[in-house]
Ligand binder design. Structure first.
Ligand code: SUG
Length: 447
C-alpha cells in the first residue's frame, strides 16, 4: 500500500457569475434565471469553504476559472470586428449566445474532468480526462481551457497521463466526476471506480428520461474506463434512474456521494438499485463497503433535490469517521434537517455535519460537491504538482484580496456586453495565472 492523500480542487468562481437559466433539467438554474447575481460574494463563499476544509486537515487546492465572455467562441460563431463590437453585436443579434459564452459555470469543477488515481490504473500513473460537457453549449466551451489548466497543474508525464476530452456530440456526452465515485479503504489502496450514466447512445429502445436530457452516456463512461486503464474486476458502470433525472437529478452527484468505503445515496438513485449495490459490494477490493441508503419516506426525492442533501461533500473527519459538508439549504428544510440529526445519532460512519453558505452557487444548481474535484495524490505526485495552487494562509489571503480588487458585486445579463467587464476579466486572470504559476492558459494569452 502506498500512502496517498485526497485533495479537493475547488473552482474559483469566475468574474461573470450570473443566473442565465442555461441548464434545462437543472431545477435551480431555471428557477433563478435572470435573477441578479453577486460574483464577489460567490467567489468569497467558495474561498471560505476551501479554507475551512483546509483548516480541518482536509487539504485543498484551487482551479482557475475561464476567460469570459468567451470572445474566441463568439468569433467562431461569426461575430467580428474589435472585441467591443463582437460583444455589442452578440448582445443585439444573439443575446442567448452572449449569455452562454459568459457563464462562470467552470466553478463546478466536479464537471471539469474525471481523475483516476495511480493506485487504480494499470500503468500506475494518475489519469485525467477533461469532460467534454457536450450536453450544454455553455459548458461544452470549457474543456479546452480546462485541459490547459490541468496540464499546468500536473505537468510531469512520468506521473500524470492527460487524455483528450471525448469526441463532442451526443454520443459521448461526458460530465466528469459528477458521475464518478471512487471507493477504497485507504486512499493509496487499489480502489473501486464507479461510473454512472444516464442513457445509452448506440443501443435503441433502452430506458431513458422522458422530460429532461440524460447528459452522460454509457459509451462515454466505458471509454473513460478504457482510457484510464482500469481493471474490470474493480470497476462498476451503472445506469442512473431515468425517473430521478426527470425529477431534476441532472448529475449522479445530486443523488449519491461516496468517500472511502462509504456510499451515501437515495433509494431511487439507480435504475436497478439492488443489482448496482450488489455489484459494488462484490467488486469492492477493500474489507467491506458501507452503504447508507436513504428512503423516500425519510427524505422525499423533491426535498433531496431542493436541499441538495446528496451534493454534500462526504469527507474523512479529522477525529475519525466521516462528516458531511452540506449546504445551508439542508438546514432550512425541516425534513432534511431532522434526517441529518437522526443520521449522526445512528450507528454508521457519518458522525458530523458541517453547514456552509454557498447560495450564490446553489442558485445555479451547484452545491458543495459540485464545487470540488477530488484528486488523490501520492507524495511524489504531490511534489510533482504545481505547488502554487495549493491552499494555505498566504494563498487564502492573496486570493481574497484578488477577488476584492477585481470582482463586481452585481451581475445581470445586460452587464455582459460591457467591454469594460471583458477588460476586468482579462486583467484579473492575467494576474491570477501569475499567482497560481499557470503560464499562459487563456485564449487572450495565447494570441
Ligand atoms: O451544469 N449549472 C450547472 C451546475 C453544475 C452542477 N455540478 C454538479 N452537479 N456536479 C450545470 O447545470 C447553470 C448556469 C446558468 O443557468 O446560468 C449551470 O450551468
Amino acid at each position: 500500500m502506498t500512502s496517498a492523500v485526497e485533495y479537493n480542487f475547488d473552482g474559483l468562481v469566475g468574474l461573470t457569475h450570473n443566473y442565465a437559466g442555461l441548464s434545462v433539467g437543472n431545477v435551480a438554474s431555471l428557477k433563478n434565471a435572470q435573477g441578479s447575481a453577486n460574483p464577489k460574494e460567490a467567489a468569497l463563499q467558495g474561498l471560505i469553504k476551501m479554507k475551512a476544509l483546509q483548516d480541518m486537515g482536509l487539504p485543498q487546492a484551487v482551479l482557475a476559472p475561464m476567460e469570459r465572455p468567451d470572445i474566441a467562441t463568439l468569433r467562431r460563431l461569426g461575430f467580428c470586428g474589435d472585441d467591443a463590437k463582437v460583444l455589442r453585436e452578440a448582445a443585439i443579434k444573439a443575446p442567448q449566445l452572449l449569455v452562454a459564452c459568459s457563464s462562470a459555470s467552470s466553478m463546478w469543477t466536479a464537471n471539469a474532468c474525471t481523475v483516476s488515481p495511480s493506485a487504480d490504473t494499470k500503468d500506475s500513473r494518475l489519469h485525467i480526462t477533461p469532460a467534454n460537457l457536450a450536453s450544454k453549449f455553455h459548458r461544452s466551451i470549457e474543456f479546452e481551457t480546462t485541459a490547459r489548466i490541468l496540464k499546468a497543474m500536473f505537468k510531469d508525464e512520468k506521473h500524470f497521463a492527460h487524455h483528450q476530452a471525448l469526441p463532442l456530440g451526443e454520443y459521448f456526452g461526458d460530465e466528469g466526476a459528477a458521475n464518478h465515485t471512487r471507493f477504497c479503504d485507504q486512499y493509496g489502496d487499489q480502489g473501486l471506480e464507479f461510473f454512472v450514466f444516464g442513457k445509452y447512445a448506440f443501443k435503441q429502445s433502452m430506458p431513458e428520461p422522458q422530460m429532461f436530457p440524460a447528459r452522460q452516456t454509457f459509451e462515454a463512461s466505458e471509454a473513460l474506463v478504457r482510457l484510464h486503464q482500469l481493471p474490470e474486476q474493480h470497476t462498476v458502470i451503472a445506469q442512473q434512474n431515468p425517473d430521478v433525472i426527470d425529477a431534476g437529478v441532472f448529475h449522479n452527484d445530486v443523488i449519491a456521494v461516496g468517500n472511502g468505503n462509504v456510499l451515501f445515496c437515495h433509494e431511487m438513485a439507480f435504475l436497478d438499485q439492488k443489482q448496482t449495490l450488489e455489484s459494488l459490494r462484490d467488486k469492492y477490493p477493500g474489507e467491506s463497503l458501507e452503504i447508507i441508503e436513504v428512503t423516500s419516506e425519510q427524505v422525499p426525492l423533491e426535498d433531496a433535490v431542493s436541499s441538495y442533501l446528496f451534493n454534500s461533500q462526504l469527507v474523512n473527519h479529522p477525529e475519525g469517521g466521516m462528516m458531511l459538508i452540506s449546504p445551508a439549504e439542508c438546514q432550512a428544510n425541516p425534513r432534511v434537517r431532522d434526517y441529518l440529526q437522526r443520521l449522526v445519532e445512528t450507528d454508521n460512519s457519518i458522525s458530523d455535519v458541517q453547514i456552509f453558505e454557498v447560495q450564490q452557487s446553489m442558485r445555479n444548481g451547484g452545491g458543495p460537491a459540485c464545487l470540488r474535484q477530488r484528486i488523490v495524490l501520492t507524495d511524489p505526485e504531490r511534489m510533482a504538482a504545481n505547488s502554487a495552487a495549493f491552499m494555505n494562509d498566504e494563498l487564502f489571503s492573496t486570493l481574497n484580496s484578488w477577488v476584492n480588487t477585481y470582482y463586481r458585486d452585481r451581475m445581470s445579463a445586460v452587464d455582459l456586453a460591457d467591454p469594460q467587464l471583458l477588460i476586468e476579466n482579462r486583467t484579473a486572470l492575467d494576474q491570477l495565472t501569475k499567482l497560481l504559476n499557470l503560464g499562459s492558459v487563456y485564449p487572450f494569452q495565447l494570441i
